[in-house]
Write a protein that binds this ligand. Sequence first.
Ligand code: FES
Length: 135
Amino acid sequence: MTEQDDEFTESQTSSMRVVRLCSVSDVPDGEARRFDVGDERIAVVHLDGEWYAIGDECSHADYSLAEGEVDDLDCALECRKHGSLFSLKTGEPLTLPATKAVPVYELEVGESEVGVRLRSVAPGSAAEPKGASDV
Ligand code: FES
């Protein structure tokens, strides 16, 4: 996670780009929200002033982690379906039944906006994100 005083910088390198997800006010402290960027499902969590992003799809079954409770003691997100806790720092499951990690994303957080760093893809390719704006 990267936090800055100003808005994050619009950027794109040959391998990474920042995609705007939401306004800071869209995710209240202690809550999670799901954002879809192309084929990527991302659960964004705002916890005690910090921001985290992990894959939204539970690795145990296809269930949205953003629908679960934020666990502030373990800095984790609980899958609402069967209760696995996923670390917001590593994506690793902390409890069964899930045994595989979910991806962890790097965020860019400005005063009012939140963006995510994603791998760049060639324009027009099947993997190009849809539904989110490049920043
Ligand atoms: S679907 Fe998430 S723990 Fe089973």
